[in-house]
Design a protein around this ligand. Sequence first.
Ligand code: HSE
Length: 418
Amino acid sequence: MDAHKQLTIGLFGFGVVGEGLYKVLQQTPSLKATIKKVCIKDAAKKRNAPADLFTTDKNVLLNDEEINVIVEVIDDANAAFKIVSTALKNKKDVVSASKKMIAEHLTELLKLQKETGQSFLCEAAACASIPVIRNLEEYYDNDLLHSIKAIVNGSTNFILTKMFEEKLGFKEALLLAQQLGFAESNPKLDVEGYDAVNKWTFLLTHAYGIIESPENILFTGIQNINAGDANVAREKNYEIKLVAQAKKLNNGKVAAFVLPQFIKQDDHLAFVKNEYNGVVIESGFADKQFFYGKGAGSFPTASAVLSDIAALRYQYHYEYKKLYHHKPHQLDNDFYLRVYVSFDDLRHIPRENFEWIEEWHAGEQRKYLVGVLSFNQLKNNDWWRKHNNSLILLPDPVIENIEIKKLKKKSLELAGLI
Ligand code: HSE
């Protein structure tokens, strides 16, 4: 495709993102990209576009030779994968925003891109308006990327902001996120961390060449965070955020997880409110860099789709440099985390599983502890997910294997136990 060639688009989905893209494209005639047909599921629904634009037959788009770009923004992951794989095999470039589909079919998508030579771009699938994928692909060399921590789900960040800063109830805050078009059609995906871990799955591929399925990455959402946790956060001068984190360990492997985290007020992520997302990258020599922008919503997501469409004029495709041109990294479970756990009943807390406990409150008003757990302990047991316990990481939560003995000794000394 040369830079002057007309892009003829077949669009799948006309929901929050699809309609946003339709409007945004009308305002950018210089792009020379037009939507020829839109495939929708529900023919009866009233749409803000001419009726002859729509069809319910996917093959009308997939078999149209004039259509050279398929844009897929539906939320049924299985249907999306069928559409994307057929489109690539039919020699069409694809732009997708389906994070669940990408996370669940990563290996197949990589294979299809190799076999067909077509582009598959998905900037809108993670952090919506923030160009995080292209930056990880193009700018950050594997060896220099020390860590990334990010807020990648707009709805949970919106809910936490509304609950703890504006005192809305959880249900009210979620309803508002749904009305504004931020939440998934099944909001459990947002609230319980599935959406965030799906995004983290393929961001780890672009950052470190890691290919892992989402269920192998430790995650939870904000479902157990309560007002008591927010009070503790306030006393300690922290914010609570759902944070996706990856950190290169001394052994060269990568620690990665998606868990709620206490964030210090001077941390860049503390600045990220409502549906905004933020990414803090620590890299060799540059120290910290912070990317910030809207992580959900119609136009912000459409803007990333638009940018991918524009990039197709230059035959842009992901090279997956960290995977194919470097030695890909592996995930590691051999490290420790500093955690806060609040509970209703201390009998549900296996104290013996902690390396050490730094703080312990078991009064009527407040029941929580702060301590250190091995990552394996968290990954292989679910006591911390049950009985209304909530688990929140402390700032800078990762403790490396080589540091643990020294820190444990120091902590026991401080507590007067040795
Ligand atoms: N439900 C998603 C979110 C939409 O809240 O981040 C954007 O991917």
